[in-house]
Design a protein. Structure first.
Length: 598
């Protein structure tokens, strides 16, 4: 029996022979290992099994945006520092130091959720097998020290790409979902339910969530285990118990697409009908497969069995804007791109409302794809301790506070912690250009979705032509879909009063108490109303200009506005470039602000 099969037997691992052999080869060679794959594919189980099999000490760390360098390397105990000064005895080793001193495995779960500064602490440990501890010297790793880390795919919220320097020090092992028979064996092993006729439909149900057109991220084998256990606990008639269990287990384990046409409950019922409606001895039949799980394609929608209103809409749109000949492969996005024309020509209010909803969902979904992975920018904050506050004791500042005091109060202890960096951003959209509402919708959705993903940005939207008007103030709570819908109904035209747009944007920013405040104006710079906008631009704490190139655009004026606003000018050819440009501008702004204030 080779090593891989021995590990399978000893630790109850189903399948993964090839992956186990690769992991063992990397660790035995003394190379650090990065395991990448979606949630629930067994990354942690595999890493721990390899470490245990090789009889290495094992330390586990879970990645989090608030994780600090001191938590990873170690920290000084305040009372001991006061009594004996900075010494080895006063130093409490963190998991990195402990693993190095023991020649063991440091397992870091979800490495790409850790702040970049914490990630960088690993570099000297991986390169030189050594880290420096201020005030006491260095810690050198014993033979056998290794780092095994995992990361989720980069599209997961709150993750980021690892730096090139860090990735260069890892070997990569990719795990995907296992095949149906292996997942069946896993569920049987973990739940103790051996009846394959009972478990297999549940496994198929869960696997189907990964391919459904309305689901962005499907459930892992953990969901199949939960459904199996819950169904057995619920008891009673088999179909009913599995249905109830599925409605309990699946909603927390799948992520819906923003443009999903059905609710999560409807989709679960649909998949239950397809995979779990048969009695154990009845073979599944082809006519159980519903059309609703199929992706709508603009080239073949007439062949799909749609609800009558939707079919009527698409039939009319085929004549109006030629969706039948669309090569996009995505009806929703095709409707969004043609919405300005649809709004002018579609006479039925109910069908127009349906088209608008589809366009809104498509724009938000498309924007999510254009934005890609984002990360919450964190900053280090030092404040007096209060009950319930988490963080690390800042030794030097605490020592200064308590020096010479006979009695020490809790507020004398200074706590250092990582918190999300807050910012306020106002976007000003030039709606006077020859741009239809769907293009403006993309720009607006990009800021709204970005603010939602980062969770620490207040945002406002100003639209301006001859005059400026707020679509969303900083303190308003308005759904992104509602704002995008408002912009879809805007008819571009009128004069261009950039000064009024900047003036109203500045009023909004000045109302905010956020530490960092920034304005972003999207325009071609060709103002035809109001005063010269340069004077008001100079009053901004920070102002970025995204210039849409056209035959009327004025690059020299846009560059001057950006310069006076202490920001940057970025020229683009279309509104579709705005989401990624905006993400990069705000990322760099928050990062540089964090450096400047540290």
């Amino acid at each position: 029996m080779d090593d891989a099969h021995t590990i399978q037997t000893k630790f109850g691992i189903v399948g993964r022979e090839n992956e186990l052999r690769k992991a063992l080869a990397a660790v035995r060679a003394g190379n650090h290992l990065l395991i990448e794959g979606p949630v629930g594919v067994g990354k942690t189980i595999l890493a721990e099994a390899v470490a245990r099999y090789l009889d290495r000490p094992f330390q586990r760390v879970d990645g989090d945006e608030r994780y600090t360098e001191q938590k990873l390397t170690g920290w000084f105990d305040p009372p001991l520092v006061i009594r004996n000064g900075y010494s080895n005895d006063a130093f409490i080793s963190g998991p990195l130091a402990q693993s190095m001193e023991a020649g063991g495995v440091l397992f870091i779960n979800e490495l790409n959720r850790m702040p970049e500064g914490v990630q960088n602490v690993l570099l000297p440990a991986m390169d030189e097998s050594k880290i420096e501890i201020p005030k006491i010297g260095s810690i050198t790793a014993r033979r056998g020290f290794i780092i095994i880390a995992t990361q989720n795919p980069r599209e997961f919220i709150a993750t980021s790409l690892l730096s090139e320097a860090l990735r260069d020090r890892f070997e990569l092992l990719t795990l995907d979902y296992q095949n149906e028979d292996e997942e069946l064996a896993i569920v049987q092993q973990r739940t103790g339910v051996k009846d394959a006729t009972y478990v297999r439909p549940i496994v198929r149900l869960v696997r189907a969530t990964r391919a459904h057109v309305d689901i962005r991220r499907g459930a892992s084998v953990r969901a199949a285990m939960s459904i199996t256990i819950l169904a057995k606990q619920l008891g009673g008639e088999r179909k009913a118990s599995i249905r109830n269990a599925a409605h309990m287990a699946l909603p927390t384990r799948i992520e819906m697409k923003d443009d999903a046409r059905k609710s999560i409950s409807e989709i679960i019922d649909e998949l239950l009908q397809e995979h779990c409606s048969e009695e154990p001895n009845d073979p599944p039949t082809a006519d159980r497969l519903p059309n609703s799980g199929r992706a709508l394609d603009a080239t073949n929608f007439s062949k799909v069995d749609l609800a009558e209103p939707e079919a009527t809409l698409l039939e009319q749109l085929g004549g109006l804007v030629g969706l039948r000949n669309s090569s996009s492969g995505d009806v929703g996005w095709s409707i969004a791109q043609h919405y300005a024309r649809i709004r002018r020509q579609l006479k039925d209010p109910k069908l127009l409302n349906m088209a608008k909803k589809i366009a809104i969902q498509a724009i938000i979904h498309h924007t999510l794809q254009l934005l890609g992975p984002t990360r919450i920018r964190m900053e280090s904050v030092r404040e007096p301790y209060t009950p319930g506050r988490s963080g690390e004791v800042e030794i030097e500042m605490t020592a200064e506070e308590i020096l010479g005091k006979e009695e020490i109060d809790a507020s004398d202890i200074i706590i250092e912690s990582n918190v999300p960096r807050t910012a306020a951003c106002v976007m000003m959209l030039d709606t006077s250009m020859s741009m239809s509402g769907d293009k403006l919708g993309i720009a607006t959705a990009s800021l709204g979705v970005l603010a939602f993903k980062l969770k620490s940005i207040q945002y406002g939207i100003i639209a301006f032509d001859s005059v400026a008007k707020p679509l969303k103030t900083l303190d308003q709570k308005v759904a992104i879909a509602s704002i995008v819908g408002d912009l879809l109904d805007i008819s571009a035209g009128g004069y261009t009063n950039i000064e009024d747009g900047l003036r109203l944007g500045l009023v909004e920013l000045n109302r905010s108490k956020a530490k960092e405040r920034v304005g972003v104006i999207v325009t071609d710079g060709n103002y035809t109303a109001g005063k010269d906008p340069c004077k008001i631009a100079a009053e901004y704490p920070k102002l970025f200009v995204i210039m849409i190139r056209s035959h009327d655009s004025r690059p020299e004026l846009c560059a001057r506005i950006a310069s006076l606003g202490k920001g940057k000018l970025v020229a683009v050819d279309s509104f579709e470039e705005v989401p990624s440009i905006l993400r990069n501008l705000l990322r760099d702004f928050l990062y540089n602000s964090a450096i400047g204030s540290s």
